[in-house]
Design a protein around this ligand. Structure first.
Ligand SMILES: *[C@@H]1O[C@H](CO)[C@@H](O)[C@H](O)[C@H]1NC(C)=O
Ligand SMILES: *[C@@H]1O[C@H](CO)[C@@H](O)[C@H](O)[C@H]1NC(C)=O
Ligand SMILES: *[C@@H]1O[C@H](CO)[C@@H](O)[C@H](O)[C@H]1NC(C)=O
Length: 397
Protein backbone atom coordinates (compact mmCIF):
# COMPACT_ATOMS: atom_id res chain seq x y z
CA UNK A 1 0.00 0.00 0.00
CA UNK A 2 2.75 2.39 0.98
CA UNK A 3 4.70 1.44 -2.16
CA UNK A 4 1.70 1.94 -4.33
CA UNK A 5 1.17 5.38 -2.81
CA UNK A 6 4.80 6.24 -3.50
CA UNK A 7 4.56 5.10 -7.11
CA UNK A 8 1.38 7.12 -7.53
CA UNK A 9 3.04 10.17 -6.02
CA UNK A 10 5.92 9.95 -8.48
CA UNK A 11 3.48 9.41 -11.30
CA UNK A 12 1.49 12.52 -10.33
CA UNK A 13 4.69 14.54 -10.04
CA UNK A 14 5.84 13.46 -13.50
CA UNK A 15 2.52 14.43 -15.04
CA UNK A 16 2.50 17.75 -13.17
CA UNK A 17 6.02 18.65 -14.21
CA UNK A 18 5.59 17.73 -17.89
CA UNK A 19 2.31 19.58 -18.17
CA UNK A 20 3.59 22.75 -16.48
CA UNK A 21 6.63 22.59 -18.72
CA UNK A 22 4.55 21.93 -21.85
CA UNK A 23 2.10 24.73 -21.19
CA UNK A 24 4.87 27.33 -21.42
CA UNK A 25 5.26 28.56 -24.97
CA UNK A 26 8.80 28.78 -26.20
CA UNK A 27 9.39 31.79 -28.42
CA UNK A 28 11.92 31.85 -31.22
CA UNK A 29 12.61 35.33 -32.52
CA UNK A 30 14.06 35.46 -36.03
CA UNK A 31 16.24 38.40 -34.94
CA UNK A 32 17.99 36.12 -32.42
CA UNK A 33 18.93 33.95 -35.40
CA UNK A 34 20.62 36.83 -37.18
CA UNK A 35 17.77 38.31 -39.24
CA UNK A 36 18.47 42.01 -39.77
CA UNK A 37 15.01 43.17 -40.77
CA UNK A 38 16.52 46.07 -42.70
CA UNK A 39 14.62 45.30 -45.91
CA UNK A 40 17.82 44.84 -47.95
CA UNK A 41 19.83 42.01 -46.45
CA UNK A 42 18.68 38.49 -47.30
CA UNK A 43 17.23 37.14 -44.04
CA UNK A 44 16.24 33.74 -45.40
CA UNK A 45 18.82 31.66 -43.52
CA UNK A 46 17.83 33.13 -40.15
CA UNK A 47 14.20 32.09 -40.83
CA UNK A 48 15.31 28.61 -41.90
CA UNK A 49 17.29 28.14 -38.67
CA UNK A 50 14.56 29.56 -36.47
CA UNK A 51 11.96 27.30 -38.10
CA UNK A 52 14.15 24.26 -37.50
CA UNK A 53 14.14 25.02 -33.77
CA UNK A 54 10.43 25.90 -33.64
CA UNK A 55 9.47 22.72 -35.43
CA UNK A 56 11.81 20.59 -33.33
CA UNK A 57 10.88 22.16 -29.97
CA UNK A 58 9.94 19.58 -27.35
CA UNK A 59 7.01 21.59 -26.08
CA UNK A 60 3.32 21.64 -26.74
CA UNK A 61 3.45 25.20 -28.00
CA UNK A 62 6.17 27.01 -29.86
CA UNK A 63 6.15 30.44 -31.40
CA UNK A 64 8.06 31.90 -34.33
CA UNK A 65 8.24 35.64 -33.77
CA UNK A 66 8.69 37.99 -36.72
CA UNK A 67 8.86 41.28 -34.84
CA UNK A 68 7.25 44.60 -35.50
CA UNK A 69 8.81 47.62 -37.22
CA UNK A 70 11.13 45.52 -39.33
CA UNK A 71 11.13 44.41 -42.95
CA UNK A 72 12.53 40.98 -43.68
CA UNK A 73 13.65 40.25 -47.21
CA UNK A 74 13.06 36.58 -47.95
CA UNK A 75 13.93 34.26 -50.80
CA UNK A 76 11.59 31.30 -51.39
CA UNK A 77 11.48 29.16 -48.28
CA UNK A 78 9.79 26.09 -46.96
CA UNK A 79 8.28 25.77 -43.47
CA UNK A 80 8.06 22.03 -43.41
CA UNK A 81 6.72 19.59 -40.83
CA UNK A 82 5.90 17.29 -39.29
CA UNK A 83 6.77 19.23 -36.15
CA UNK A 84 6.96 18.30 -32.48
CA UNK A 85 4.73 20.96 -30.91
CA UNK A 86 1.00 20.34 -31.03
CA UNK A 87 0.57 23.98 -32.03
CA UNK A 88 2.98 26.30 -33.72
CA UNK A 89 2.22 29.98 -33.79
CA UNK A 90 3.78 32.20 -36.40
CA UNK A 91 3.42 35.69 -35.01
CA UNK A 92 3.90 37.95 -38.00
CA UNK A 93 4.05 41.45 -36.55
CA UNK A 94 6.52 42.91 -39.01
CA UNK A 95 6.70 42.77 -42.79
CA UNK A 96 8.11 40.07 -45.03
CA UNK A 97 8.95 41.06 -48.60
CA UNK A 98 9.99 39.09 -51.64
CA UNK A 99 12.97 40.06 -53.82
CA UNK A 100 12.09 43.02 -55.99
CA UNK A 101 13.47 41.93 -59.33
CA UNK A 102 12.65 38.68 -61.08
CA UNK A 103 16.24 37.67 -61.83
CA UNK A 104 17.38 37.46 -58.20
CA UNK A 105 14.72 34.99 -57.00
CA UNK A 106 16.26 31.66 -55.93
CA UNK A 107 13.61 28.97 -56.16
CA UNK A 108 13.80 25.80 -54.09
CA UNK A 109 12.25 23.70 -56.85
CA UNK A 110 10.34 23.95 -60.10
CA UNK A 111 7.00 24.40 -58.33
CA UNK A 112 7.75 28.05 -57.70
CA UNK A 113 6.26 28.97 -54.36
CA UNK A 114 7.51 31.86 -52.29
CA UNK A 115 6.53 30.69 -48.81
CA UNK A 116 5.29 27.17 -48.36
CA UNK A 117 3.88 25.57 -45.22
CA UNK A 118 3.63 21.80 -45.58
CA UNK A 119 2.95 18.66 -43.54
CA UNK A 120 2.04 20.63 -40.41
CA UNK A 121 -0.75 19.85 -37.97
CA UNK A 122 -1.73 22.71 -35.67
CA UNK A 123 -0.59 26.03 -37.10
CA UNK A 124 -1.67 29.56 -36.19
CA UNK A 125 -0.50 32.49 -38.29
CA UNK A 126 -1.47 35.96 -37.08
CA UNK A 127 -0.04 39.18 -35.79
CA UNK A 128 -1.22 42.13 -37.89
CA UNK A 129 1.88 42.16 -40.08
CA UNK A 130 2.26 42.28 -43.83
CA UNK A 131 3.25 39.97 -46.66
CA UNK A 132 4.45 41.78 -49.77
CA UNK A 133 5.06 39.63 -52.85
CA UNK A 134 6.54 42.50 -54.93
CA UNK A 135 4.69 41.12 -57.93
CA UNK A 136 4.85 44.13 -60.23
CA UNK A 137 8.10 42.95 -61.82
CA UNK A 138 6.45 39.66 -62.79
CA UNK A 139 2.99 40.60 -63.99
CA UNK A 140 3.67 41.69 -67.49
CA UNK A 141 7.04 40.15 -68.17
CA UNK A 142 6.83 36.47 -67.21
CA UNK A 143 4.38 33.80 -68.37
CA UNK A 144 1.83 32.92 -65.69
CA UNK A 145 3.04 29.32 -65.37
CA UNK A 146 6.43 30.60 -64.24
CA UNK A 147 5.17 33.15 -61.75
CA UNK A 148 5.28 32.14 -58.07
CA UNK A 149 2.41 31.79 -55.60
CA UNK A 150 3.09 33.91 -52.51
CA UNK A 151 1.75 31.74 -49.70
CA UNK A 152 1.10 28.03 -50.14
CA UNK A 153 -0.35 25.47 -47.74
CA UNK A 154 0.12 21.83 -48.62
CA UNK A 155 -0.96 18.80 -46.60
CA UNK A 156 -1.73 20.78 -43.45
CA UNK A 157 -4.37 20.23 -40.80
CA UNK A 158 -5.91 22.57 -38.23
CA UNK A 159 -4.58 25.84 -39.56
CA UNK A 160 -5.81 29.32 -38.73
CA UNK A 161 -4.64 32.38 -40.58
CA UNK A 162 -5.89 35.76 -39.40
CA UNK A 163 -5.06 39.46 -39.09
CA UNK A 164 -2.64 39.68 -41.97
CA UNK A 165 -2.24 42.19 -44.80
CA UNK A 166 -1.17 40.53 -47.98
CA UNK A 167 -0.35 42.39 -51.17
CA UNK A 168 0.97 42.19 -54.72
CA UNK A 169 1.66 38.51 -55.20
CA UNK A 170 3.40 37.64 -58.49
CA UNK A 171 0.57 35.12 -59.05
CA UNK A 172 -2.16 33.91 -56.64
CA UNK A 173 -1.82 35.21 -53.08
CA UNK A 174 -2.80 32.11 -51.12
CA UNK A 175 -3.17 28.56 -52.37
CA UNK A 176 -4.48 25.72 -50.25
CA UNK A 177 -3.89 22.21 -51.45
CA UNK A 178 -4.66 18.88 -49.74
CA UNK A 179 -5.51 20.47 -46.39
CA UNK A 180 -8.16 19.65 -43.82
CA UNK A 181 -9.65 22.08 -41.32
CA UNK A 182 -8.38 25.52 -42.15
CA UNK A 183 -9.81 28.87 -41.15
CA UNK A 184 -8.94 32.23 -42.65
CA UNK A 185 -10.33 35.46 -41.20
CA UNK A 186 -9.59 39.16 -40.82
CA UNK A 187 -7.26 39.28 -43.76
CA UNK A 188 -6.90 41.96 -46.39
CA UNK A 189 -5.55 40.93 -49.77
CA UNK A 190 -4.83 43.69 -52.25
CA UNK A 191 -3.29 43.93 -55.72
CA UNK A 192 -4.08 46.24 -58.65
CA UNK A 193 -7.23 45.47 -60.64
CA UNK A 194 -5.13 45.09 -63.79
CA UNK A 195 -2.57 42.70 -62.26
CA UNK A 196 -3.00 39.37 -64.09
CA UNK A 197 -3.83 36.04 -62.35
CA UNK A 198 -3.53 37.49 -58.86
CA UNK A 199 -6.29 35.35 -57.30
CA UNK A 200 -6.92 35.98 -53.62
CA UNK A 201 -7.38 32.44 -52.32
CA UNK A 202 -7.33 29.21 -54.37
CA UNK A 203 -8.48 25.96 -52.80
CA UNK A 204 -8.06 22.46 -54.19
CA UNK A 205 -8.21 18.95 -52.80
CA UNK A 206 -9.24 20.24 -49.38
CA UNK A 207 -12.09 19.95 -46.88
CA UNK A 208 -13.51 21.83 -43.89
CA UNK A 209 -12.41 25.27 -44.95
CA UNK A 210 -13.89 28.39 -43.37
CA UNK A 211 -13.06 31.80 -44.85
CA UNK A 212 -14.75 34.81 -43.35
CA UNK A 213 -14.65 38.48 -42.37
CA UNK A 214 -12.08 39.53 -44.95
CA UNK A 215 -11.56 41.92 -47.85
CA UNK A 216 -10.12 40.75 -51.15
CA UNK A 217 -9.31 43.22 -53.94
CA UNK A 218 -7.23 41.82 -56.78
CA UNK A 219 -6.95 41.35 -60.54
CA UNK A 220 -8.51 37.88 -60.66
CA UNK A 221 -10.83 35.62 -58.59
CA UNK A 222 -11.28 36.69 -54.98
CA UNK A 223 -11.72 33.03 -54.09
CA UNK A 224 -11.59 30.04 -56.45
CA UNK A 225 -12.68 26.55 -55.43
CA UNK A 226 -11.17 23.77 -57.45
CA UNK A 227 -11.31 20.01 -57.85
CA UNK A 228 -11.40 17.67 -54.87
CA UNK A 229 -12.80 20.28 -52.50
CA UNK A 230 -15.77 19.89 -50.17
CA UNK A 231 -17.25 21.44 -47.04
CA UNK A 232 -16.27 25.05 -47.60
CA UNK A 233 -17.98 27.96 -45.87
CA UNK A 234 -17.34 31.48 -47.04
CA UNK A 235 -19.02 34.40 -45.28
CA UNK A 236 -18.75 38.13 -44.66
CA UNK A 237 -16.36 38.78 -47.54
CA UNK A 238 -15.96 42.04 -49.42
CA UNK A 239 -14.80 41.18 -52.93
CA UNK A 240 -13.79 43.68 -55.57
CA UNK A 241 -12.22 44.66 -57.73
CA UNK A 242 -11.62 41.17 -59.05
CA UNK A 243 -13.40 38.32 -60.79
CA UNK A 244 -15.70 37.26 -57.96
CA UNK A 245 -16.06 33.95 -56.14
CA UNK A 246 -15.75 31.03 -58.47
CA UNK A 247 -16.33 27.30 -58.34
CA UNK A 248 -13.84 26.19 -60.96
CA UNK A 249 -12.86 26.22 -63.65
CA UNK A 250 -13.39 22.47 -63.36
CA UNK A 251 -12.78 19.64 -65.80
CA UNK A 252 -10.05 21.15 -67.90
CA UNK A 253 -8.24 18.65 -70.16
CA UNK A 254 -10.66 15.88 -69.26
CA UNK A 255 -10.16 16.26 -65.50
CA UNK A 256 -12.52 14.25 -63.26
CA UNK A 257 -13.48 17.10 -60.95
CA UNK A 258 -15.47 16.75 -57.74
CA UNK A 259 -16.68 19.67 -55.71
CA UNK A 260 -19.53 19.63 -53.20
CA UNK A 261 -20.99 21.20 -50.06
CA UNK A 262 -19.98 24.79 -50.69
CA UNK A 263 -21.79 27.52 -48.78
CA UNK A 264 -21.22 31.17 -49.64
CA UNK A 265 -23.12 33.58 -47.41
CA UNK A 266 -23.34 37.30 -46.73
CA UNK A 267 -20.78 38.47 -49.28
CA UNK A 268 -20.60 41.79 -51.11
CA UNK A 269 -19.23 42.15 -54.63
CA UNK A 270 -18.32 45.62 -55.85
CA UNK A 271 -17.28 46.31 -59.44
CA UNK A 272 -16.23 42.72 -60.09
CA UNK A 273 -16.47 41.01 -63.48
CA UNK A 274 -18.42 38.07 -62.02
CA UNK A 275 -20.27 37.69 -58.76
CA UNK A 276 -20.92 34.04 -57.95
CA UNK A 277 -19.82 31.73 -60.73
CA UNK A 278 -19.69 28.02 -61.53
CA UNK A 279 -17.49 27.29 -64.52
CA UNK A 280 -16.63 23.98 -66.12
CA UNK A 281 -14.82 22.91 -69.27
CA UNK A 282 -16.15 20.74 -72.04
CA UNK A 283 -14.73 17.21 -71.99
CA UNK A 284 -14.38 17.08 -68.20
CA UNK A 285 -16.05 14.60 -65.87
CA UNK A 286 -17.31 14.52 -62.30
CA UNK A 287 -19.60 16.99 -60.58
CA UNK A 288 -20.14 20.30 -58.84
CA UNK A 289 -23.12 19.92 -56.51
CA UNK A 290 -24.74 21.00 -53.25
CA UNK A 291 -23.67 24.61 -53.64
CA UNK A 292 -25.51 27.41 -51.81
CA UNK A 293 -25.22 31.14 -52.36
CA UNK A 294 -27.14 33.22 -49.81
CA UNK A 295 -27.47 36.90 -48.91
CA UNK A 296 -25.32 38.15 -51.75
CA UNK A 297 -25.07 41.85 -52.54
CA UNK A 298 -23.82 42.94 -55.95
CA UNK A 299 -22.87 46.52 -56.81
CA UNK A 300 -22.10 47.22 -60.47
CA UNK A 301 -21.03 43.65 -61.16
CA UNK A 302 -20.72 42.73 -64.82
CA UNK A 303 -22.24 39.24 -64.51
CA UNK A 304 -23.62 38.73 -61.00
CA UNK A 305 -24.89 35.16 -61.36
CA UNK A 306 -23.31 32.87 -63.89
CA UNK A 307 -23.10 29.16 -64.59
CA UNK A 308 -20.96 28.36 -67.56
CA UNK A 309 -20.85 24.69 -68.48
CA UNK A 310 -18.75 25.28 -71.53
CA UNK A 311 -20.55 23.52 -74.30
CA UNK A 312 -20.75 23.10 -78.00
CA UNK A 313 -23.78 22.36 -80.10
CA UNK A 314 -21.45 20.72 -82.56
CA UNK A 315 -22.46 17.03 -82.62
CA UNK A 316 -18.87 16.01 -83.37
CA UNK A 317 -17.63 17.54 -80.16
CA UNK A 318 -16.96 15.78 -76.87
CA UNK A 319 -20.13 14.73 -75.10
CA UNK A 320 -18.87 14.62 -71.53
CA UNK A 321 -19.16 17.49 -69.10
CA UNK A 322 -18.88 18.10 -65.39
CA UNK A 323 -22.40 17.62 -63.94
CA UNK A 324 -23.82 20.62 -62.15
CA UNK A 325 -26.69 20.07 -59.73
CA UNK A 326 -28.28 21.30 -56.50
CA UNK A 327 -27.12 24.87 -56.81
CA UNK A 328 -29.22 27.39 -54.92
CA UNK A 329 -29.28 31.17 -54.88
CA UNK A 330 -31.23 32.96 -52.15
CA UNK A 331 -31.49 36.69 -51.60
CA UNK A 332 -29.17 37.94 -54.31
CA UNK A 333 -29.70 41.68 -54.82
CA UNK A 334 -28.16 44.72 -56.41
CA UNK A 335 -27.01 46.00 -59.77
CA UNK A 336 -25.17 44.74 -62.81
CA UNK A 337 -22.97 46.82 -65.11
CA UNK A 338 -23.83 44.77 -68.23
CA UNK A 339 -27.26 43.66 -69.52
CA UNK A 340 -26.88 40.23 -68.01
CA UNK A 341 -27.99 39.75 -64.41
CA UNK A 342 -28.23 35.99 -64.65
CA UNK A 343 -26.72 33.60 -67.16
CA UNK A 344 -27.19 29.86 -66.88
CA UNK A 345 -25.41 28.35 -69.87
CA UNK A 346 -25.54 24.58 -69.55
CA UNK A 347 -24.63 21.81 -71.95
CA UNK A 348 -27.75 20.67 -73.84
CA UNK A 349 -26.58 17.03 -73.56
CA UNK A 350 -25.86 17.08 -69.85
CA UNK A 351 -27.72 20.05 -68.46
CA UNK A 352 -27.75 21.59 -65.01
CA UNK A 353 -30.36 20.22 -62.61
CA UNK A 354 -32.04 21.25 -59.37
CA UNK A 355 -31.15 24.90 -59.69
CA UNK A 356 -33.13 26.82 -57.09
CA UNK A 357 -33.44 30.58 -57.21
CA UNK A 358 -35.40 32.52 -54.64
CA UNK A 359 -35.65 36.22 -53.93
CA UNK A 360 -33.42 37.50 -56.72
CA UNK A 361 -33.52 41.16 -57.63
CA UNK A 362 -30.86 42.56 -59.92
CA UNK A 363 -31.32 45.59 -62.14
CA UNK A 364 -29.01 47.58 -64.33
CA UNK A 365 -27.12 50.44 -62.71
CA UNK A 366 -29.47 53.01 -64.22
CA UNK A 367 -32.40 51.15 -62.68
CA UNK A 368 -33.62 49.58 -65.92
CA UNK A 369 -34.49 45.91 -66.30
CA UNK A 370 -31.59 43.50 -66.76
CA UNK A 371 -31.64 40.27 -68.73
CA UNK A 372 -31.53 36.65 -67.68
CA UNK A 373 -30.55 33.97 -70.13
CA UNK A 374 -30.83 30.27 -69.75
CA UNK A 375 -29.84 27.14 -71.64
CA UNK A 376 -30.61 23.60 -70.46
CA UNK A 377 -31.04 24.45 -66.79
CA UNK A 378 -33.78 22.72 -64.80
CA UNK A 379 -35.13 24.02 -61.53
CA UNK A 380 -37.31 26.63 -59.96
CA UNK A 381 -37.33 30.35 -59.59
CA UNK A 382 -39.45 32.26 -57.11
CA UNK A 383 -39.50 36.02 -56.68
CA UNK A 384 -37.00 36.39 -59.49
CA UNK A 385 -36.40 39.73 -61.11
CA UNK A 386 -35.54 39.32 -63.93
CA UNK A 387 -37.43 36.08 -64.56
CA UNK A 388 -35.10 33.27 -65.58
CA UNK A 389 -36.78 31.78 -68.66
CA UNK A 390 -35.97 28.07 -68.44
CA UNK A 391 -36.61 27.66 -64.71
CA UNK A 392 -40.20 27.00 -63.72
CA UNK A 393 -41.83 29.66 -61.65
CA UNK A 394 -42.72 28.43 -58.22
CA UNK A 395 -46.42 28.73 -57.55
CA UNK A 396 -47.50 28.37 -53.95
CA UNK A 397 -50.43 25.94 -53.50
C1 LIG B 1 -20.27 25.43 -42.35
O1 LIG B 1 -21.56 25.89 -42.00
C2 LIG B 1 -22.42 24.85 -41.57
C3 LIG B 1 -23.82 25.42 -41.41
O2 LIG B 1 -23.80 26.65 -40.72
C4 LIG B 1 -21.85 24.27 -40.28
O3 LIG B 1 -22.68 23.23 -39.81
C5 LIG B 1 -20.45 23.73 -40.56
O4 LIG B 1 -19.85 23.27 -39.38
C6 LIG B 1 -19.57 24.80 -41.16
N1 LIG B 1 -18.30 24.22 -41.59
C7 LIG B 1 -17.14 24.89 -41.56
C8 LIG B 1 -15.95 24.15 -42.04
O5 LIG B 1 -17.06 26.04 -41.18
C1 LIG C 1 -22.58 40.28 -42.95
O1 LIG C 1 -21.28 40.80 -43.21
C2 LIG C 1 -21.04 42.07 -42.67
C3 LIG C 1 -19.70 42.54 -43.16
O2 LIG C 1 -18.68 41.67 -42.78
C4 LIG C 1 -21.14 42.00 -41.14
O3 LIG C 1 -20.91 43.27 -40.59
C5 LIG C 1 -22.52 41.50 -40.76
O4 LIG C 1 -22.57 41.33 -39.36
C6 LIG C 1 -22.82 40.18 -41.45
N1 LIG C 1 -24.22 39.80 -41.23
C7 LIG C 1 -24.60 38.59 -40.87
C8 LIG C 1 -26.06 38.38 -40.68
O5 LIG C 1 -23.83 37.68 -40.71
C1 LIG D 1 -31.64 38.56 -73.28
O1 LIG D 1 -31.50 37.14 -73.27
C2 LIG D 1 -32.14 36.53 -74.38
C3 LIG D 1 -32.08 35.05 -74.16
O2 LIG D 1 -30.77 34.58 -74.08
C4 LIG D 1 -31.46 36.97 -75.66
O3 LIG D 1 -32.10 36.37 -76.76
C5 LIG D 1 -31.54 38.47 -75.75
O4 LIG D 1 -30.81 38.92 -76.84
C6 LIG D 1 -30.99 39.13 -74.50
N1 LIG D 1 -31.23 40.55 -74.54
C7 LIG D 1 -30.30 41.43 -74.23
C8 LIG D 1 -30.74 42.88 -74.26
O5 LIG D 1 -29.16 41.14 -73.94
Amino acid sequence: MKDLFFVLLIFVRVIASTSSCDSKTLTFNVVSYGATGNGHTDDTQAFVKAWKDVCGATRNNAKLLIPNNKIFLLQPLSFKGPCNPATIEVLLEGTVIAPESVGVWKFLDERRKWMEFSDICGLVIKGGGQIDGQGAAWWNSVDVSNRPTALHFHNCKDVTLSSIHHKNSPRNHISIDTCNSLEISQIHIIAPEESPNTDGIDISGSSNIFIHSSTIQTGDDCIAINSGTSLVNISDIFCGPGHGISIGSLGRNGEDARVEEIYVRNCTFTGTSNGVRVKTWRGGEGYARKIRFEDIKVVGVKQPVIINQDYSVDMESERSAVKISEVSYRNVKGTCSSDSAVELSCDPNVGCSEIVMDDISISKEDGSVANASCTAAQGTCSHCNPIVPCLSTFKPL
